[in-house]
Every structure is written in C-alpha cells, then in structure tokens.
Design a protein around this ligand. Structure first.
Ligand code: SF4
Length: 267
C-alpha cells in the first residue's frame, strides 16, 4: 500500500527520501509511479516524448492519468516527415497538450551555413543545440519530468534509477525503467496503440533523419541511432544538468571558429 501523498509538499523531499522512494518504486507499476508523480507535482510536471512506436505506451498511460499533462516534443528540424505527421495525428486524436521545443534563435547565425552538415560534422554539438538546451530551458519551469527511458536500452540507462534528483532540484521520473521491450510491445498490443509509420520499414528506434537508419529484426533497437559514429546518447539522459552551458564544448573546432570570427555571446 503506497503512502497517501495528497497535499504533500514536494520541497520536503531530500536526496535520501528520493533514494528510498525510488527503491520502493522498483516494485510498483508504471501507472502507480506516474500517479504518484502527478499527485505530488501537478501542475509543475511534464513528460517528454519522441513520438516513436515505443513511446506510445508511456504517452498513453500518462495522459490517461492526466489528460492535459504537458508533453514536450523536441522539434529539432531534422525529423522524418513521418514523425511530424505521426505527432500531429496522435496529438489530435488523443487531444494531447503537446509543446514543441525549438533551438534558441540566437543560434540562427551559427546554423546558417551548417544546417545540412552539422549532424554529421559534430553530432554532439548538434544534439546540444537542438535537444539538450531547449529541454533545459523548458524544464526550468517545472519540478518533475517524466521520461520513458528503460534499463534494457543502453549501458548508461541500465544504471539509472526510477527517481533521480538532478543537481538543479528537478526530479526526473522514469516509470518504465524496469520494463523490457517485450512488455512495451505487449502493452501496445493490448491497448491497440498505433505504430510509427516507419516501423514497418525497419526503423525500430526513430530519431532525427540524418542520424537514424533501418536495422535488422535481431539487432538491438537502438543500433540504428548514430550508427557507426560512436555515439549512443543525445545527452538528455546523461548528466544534462552538469553541462548547463557550452563550457565543456569549447574545444569544439566549429564552435571556436565561429566564436572567433563572430561574437562571444553564446546562447
Ligand atoms: S540526433 Fe542528429 S540531427 Fe538530431 S539533434 Fe542529434 S545530431 Fe542533430
């Protein structure tokens, strides 16, 4: 039986209590974890979704618990057309409260001649501009962020906890952390959830078009992301709040060159 948290002040959680709750939640269902988070943090809570096939179960269960839960969608400008249309379709049919996040406009000058090349030349910087920084900005206004990562996806994610208190005080909630890809698939089948249109073409994990390829049926689902480029994460789920600015990216050649020939008011 879970403690009744109605009226509980989120500011009362300290790191030890979060750790204890996180361990307790290892035996809870994703719906129980989401319900707890919404009860405690509403309206200062949101989820993020990439609108790919395996995102559908979390999106479905979370928005059935709270239909107007804000859903952050990172509109990087590099999505497949199918992803954008799927996002429109689901958002409209399920009446979701989707909030599109874009890169800071102060990067327009920097991106002017690099739009086509940056994802290939420097995917880490590209992900920072189009994913990490917009998400950081959106998360500043809330206290809890529901994310769909699972331990079976990558080695980094295998080390995650269900509740993670970030350095800036934001609580990251990972309700599906213990689910396997088969459980995700089973939930989708049982609830007759729609699939991303590219799934049938072999895109089992869909990110931005320049960084996603179709894969074989026996490959790990994230094999097709940044394939052959030694990158497995965009940065959203790896110490995002320990890199609040570009300090750690200043060795980047492209950025240094731009800063040298332009100005130094990096967003
Ligand atoms: S996934 Fe690729 S295109 Fe998308 S933001 Fe990252 S590097 Fe850029």
């Amino acid at each position: 039986m879970m403690q009744d948290y109605n009226g509980y002040n989120p500011g009362m959680f300290d790191a030890n209590e979060i750790k204890k709750l996180s361990q307790e939640f290892e035996n809870k269902t994703p719906q129980e974890i989401i319900q707890w988070a919404v009860t405690i943090f509403w309206p200062e809570i949101a989820m993020s979704s990439s609108f790919q096939t395996q995102s559908m179960p979390l999106l479905h269960m979370a928005t059935r618990i709270k239909h107007d839960l804000p859903v952050f969608f990172l509109d990087t400008g590099y999505h497949f057309w199918e992803t954008l249309m799927f996002r429109e379709q689901i958002s409209s049919e399920w009446k979701l409260n989707v909030i599109d996040l874009y890169r800071d406009e102060r990067w327009e000058d920097f991106m002017h001649h690099r739009t086509r090349t940056l994802p290939l030349e420097d995917p880490s910087l590209c992900c920072f501009l189009h994913k990490v920084q917009p998400m950081q900005k959106a998360l500043k206004d809330i206290k809890a962020w529901i994310s769909g990562i699972r331990r079976d996806q990558t080695a980094v994610r295998a080390e995650a906890n269900i509740l993670e208190l970030q350095d800036n005080g934001l609580l990251k909630v990972n309700p599906l952390l213990n689910w396997t890809k088969d459980e995700v698939k089973q939930y989708a089948q049982e609830n007759n959830l729609p699939a991303h249109p590219l799934l049938e073409k072999g895109y089992r994990s869909v990110g931005c078009a320049p960084c996603t390829v179709a894969i074989g049926v026996n490959d790990d689902e994230r094999t097709g992301r940044w394939a052959g480029r030694g990158k497995v994460e965009c940065g959203l789920h790896t110490n995002m709040f320990e890199n609040k600015d570009l300090t750690n990216l200043r060795s980047d050649f492209t950025l240094r060159l731009w800063k040298k020939t332009n100005h130094d008011d990096t967003p």
